[in-house]
Structures are given as C-alpha cells and as structure tokens.
Design a protein around this ligand. Structure first.
Ligand code: BTN
Length: 269
C-alpha cells in the first residue's frame, strides 16, 4: 500500500496538468492530458475531441461538471475539488462485440486502485458500480460511436467520489452515495489516485488487447459479492430474479431463473 499523508486537506488543490503529469507512470493512457476548470460532461468533450482526431489514450479531466451523466441518463453529481471526473479515449481494433468488458475492467481498475491506496475493499456491482459498504463511491459510463457499422471511438468516463463529506451530496443521494474520505477518514490526493487508476486500467486493457478476457472476468467476479447469489434486476421494465450464475467473456450476466432456464443479460434498467 502506498503511504498516504493523514493530514492532507479534504478540500484539495485545484487540478493542474503539470501536477497530474508529474505523478503519471503510465505508458500511453494519459500521455495527452487536457484539464478543464468546468465541463458540461467530460464524456461529451471527449466525443467532440475524438471527432477532431485526438490521439488514443487522451485523458480529459474536469474540476467540475455541470451536466455530469451516469448510465440511463442519470445525473452524476460532480462538484469541484472533491472527486475525479474524467474520460479516456480508446480505439480498440478488434473484439467490438466485447466492448461491455471495458466497463467491467474499468471498475476493476478503480477498485484495485482504492484497495492499493487505502485499507478499503470496495465491491463491484454489474455492470459499472464501485461500492463501499453498499454505497456508491464510483461509476463508469462507457460510450461508443460507430460510423458505417465500424467502431469510430470509445469513451470511458470514470467518476470517483474522493473527499466529500455527507453534506457535500445533495439530499436525494445521501442514502446511496459515499466517498473514500467518508469510508476511510483519509484524504487521498487526486493526482495519486488518478495515476493508480490509470496504471491499473492500462494493465487490464492490455489483457483485453491480448484477448485474455478471462483474466478480466475472473478479477471482476472475485470482487462481486452478488456473484453466485440471488439477485433481482430490471431489464426493459421486466423484473428478473434468480441466481447470478456466470459472467461470460462478453461481459454479460447469466442468471438462472427458478424455472431452471438461464437468461443472458447484456443491459439493465
Ligand atoms: C454511473 O454510475 O452511472 C456512471 C457514472 C459516470 C460518471 C463519469 S464522471 C466523468 C464522465 N463524464 C460524465 O458525464 N460521466 C462520466
């Protein structure tokens, strides 16, 4: 575990490209860093920049987002100085039917980084949640753009609640959201956490590129407390309850229903 100074300020210094760069130990992810004071959504910005031809691995990070987005058009609360809100551009060359795995491997990367830097042991929930003590500390929003049925680019948007206290969350989120500070009492410097997430992401993305999909799914399953347990999810308005039997190498969840039938879930409400 990397030692973290106990007396780091909770409200952190403003993000600066020079500080982020000085911490970064990756080979290609984040070699091009664009830092914004305010963005509507770093995913939106990343998509615009991708259309302008920005290089693979570019990191787009904002101090705050005014219209941060989560899955299913949920808003993602992204106040200044308290969290990491960033997007990475990737251009995977093959296995486009397995892109859902990238969302899972990003969750693994965030989870590993938190476990490496703190005493916390976050859990993963399909498809994109990073939970601590049952509350959401991070999430991943993967967005793709296809031209003529070919993948043009992929944006991996990652949000991590770093040093919020409970009052920093809007009332409606207080029962379901948490931060690393709230769970550990530690104020993790964002540049340190970002470097660790990106290092893990690079390592896990290499497994995807070399088609070692099971390394990714095995890591994910080990950290999902719902795996092999009874779960209930909604898909297209339908409630599906059963045992989370398997996670396949496409990143899909296989649920065994009480009837014995197995349902393959690739998206949920
Ligand atoms: C979710 O849990 O539903 C996904 C949350 C993803 C939030 C991140 S913050 C950076 C990037 N920009 C966005 O607008 N969303 C993602």
């Amino acid at each position: 575990m990397v030692p973290i100074k106990k007396n780091n300020p909770r409200i952190q210094n403003k993000l600066a490209a020079s500080v982020l760069r000085s911490h970064l130990q990756t080979k290609f992810i984040g070699k091009n860093i664009l830092v914004f004071d305010t963005a509507t959504s770093t995913n939106e910005l990343a998509k615009r920049l991708a259309k302008e031809g920005i290089q693979e691995g570019s990191l787009i990070i904002a101090e705050q987002q005014t219209r941060g987005r989560g899955r299913l058009k949920h808003a993602w609360h992204s106040p200044p100085k308290l969290g990491l809100w960033f997007s990475i551009l990737l251009y995977p060359k093959h296995d486009h039917e397995r892109l859902g795995l990238l969302s899972l491997l990003s969750g693994v990367a965030v989870r590993e980084a938190i476990a490496e830097l703190t005493p916390l042991q976050p859990a993963l929930k399909w498809p994109n949640d990073v939970l601590i003590n049952g509350k959401k500390a991070g999430g991943i929003l993967l967005e793709t753009e296809f031209t003529n049925a070919r993948l043009a680019f992929l944006v991996l948007g990652i949000g991590v609640n770093v040093s919020q206290s409970i009052e920093d969350f809007p009332l409606e989120l207080r029962g379901q959201a948490t931060s690393l500070y709230m769970e550990s009492g530690l104020c993790i410097e964002r540049a340190v956490l970002l470097n660790q997430i990106l290092l893990n992401l690079e390592e896990n993305y290499a497994h995807f590129q070399t088609r070692n999909f099971e390394i990714i799914t095995d890591k994910w399953k080990r950290r999902c407390p719902f795996f092999k347990n009874n779960i209930s999810i909604r898909q297209n308005g339908e409630e599906i309850a059963g045992i989370f039997e398997e996670l396949d190498t496409m990143g899909r969840m296989l649920i065994r229903l009480p009837s014995g039938e197995t349902r393959c879930i690739h998206s949920s409400d």
